[in-house]
Design a binder for this molecule. Structure first.
Ligand code: NAP
Length: 281
């Protein structure tokens, strides 16, 4: 993508948190932003200070029937979509056996199938333009497993696999993909207004579950990552001639993602003597 041209962004879950910061950083740089969220009134309140370069659209990414029309409205309004930020998401945390199936389905509907639906709707415009940048919000939990995060991590690993493969498919159209892996950022992510925990309580897990959930709760609004700086960094990334496929955000992410890669590589090497015995002679 050419540097410094005015870009049009389409951002999901943009009423608060990282999505809001990405949107306002892009707007501050003079870009056009299509900010979407589940509640139009909340969006109006959040963006009341912004002008004509902002289009507010109601979009629940789980409502696949809304997605296509919403994307079309955005493209009709600004003429193109240069950057898609698949940000909408939340954490279904807690112990796997304590989380009922409908909550797991809801987590995948939002973090994975919603992201795919929006991507599917935006891609025809980017293919036609022969340009575009898709930024998918993964997590450090998309690279490594964490206590009390099996379901959330499953969705973010899915985002990673989807995005890596998608990047191969759409490169031929000049479309880039960046998977963003934030560490712990001070948003509402761990706040009761966003996070969800399991409903069932199993005695075998009681102490572990209390300790894990207690730890998440104690980090609510105490995280080290600055969402404002996150927004600025994402805006910067979109001006790069060759943006990365993976981008870890935050020094905690650098440490945790690095540790995960090193651990995996060591395990691969340690067990290679056995792994290689499965080939047909
Ligand atoms: N903060 C972190 O530490 C962290 C770390 C790694 C990854 N992430 C990822 O970053 C993304 C943003 O999280 P955040 O930290 O900004 O959390 P947040 O402050 O809780 O904001 C989440 C946003 O996603 C929206 N959302 C949730 N479900 C949606 C749906 N079905 N349709 C449309 N929008 C929906 C929320 O909308 P409402 O306002 O309507 O609820 C809200 O605007 C998520 O994908 C999250 O997994 C965050």
């Amino acid at each position: 993508m050419a540097n410094q041209q005015i870009k049009t962004w389409f951002i999901t879950g943009a009423a608060r948190g990282l999505g809001f910061q990405v949107a306002t950083s892009a707007a501050a740089a003079g870009d056009n932003i299509v900010v979407t969220g589940r509640n139009i009134e909340t969006l109006r309140a959040a963006y009341s200070a912004y002008g004509d370069n902002v289009l507010l659209l109601e979009l629940d990414v789980c409502r696949h029937d809304q997605v296509e029309a919403c994307v079309k409205q955005a493209a009709d309004h600004f003429g193109r979509i240069d950057v898609l930020v698949n940000n909408a998401g939340y954490g279904q945390l807690g112990i796997f056996e304590e989380i009922a199936a409908p909550k797991i389905e809801m987590q995948f509907n939002t973090n994975v199938f919603g992201l795919m639906a929006v991507t599917r709707a935006v891609l025809p415009y980017m293919r036609q333009q022969k340009a575009g940048h898709i930024i998918n919000l993964s997590s450090i939990g998309g690279v490594a497993g964490f206590d009390g995060a099996s379901v959330y991590c499953a969705t973010k690993f899915a985002v990673e696999g989807f995005s890596e493969s998608l990047a191969l498919e759409v490169k031929q159209f000049g479309i880039g993909v960046t998977i963003v892996e934030p560490g712990f950022f001070r948003t509402d992510f761990l706040d009761p207004s966003s996070v969800s925990y399991g409903d069932t309580k199993l005695e075998d897990y009681q102490a572990y579950s209390e300790q894990v959930i207690g730890s998440y709760q104690s980090h609510n609004h105490q995280q080290a990552g600055d969402p404002v700086k996150f927004g600025q960094v994402i805006a910067k990334l979109t001006n790069e001639a060759n943006p990365p496929l993976h981008f870890a955000a935050g020094s905690d992410a650098i440490e945790l993602v690095g540790k995960a890669y090193q651990g995996r590589l060591k395990e691969l090497i340690d067990w290679a003597h056995l792994s290689t015995t499965t080939d047909i002679e």
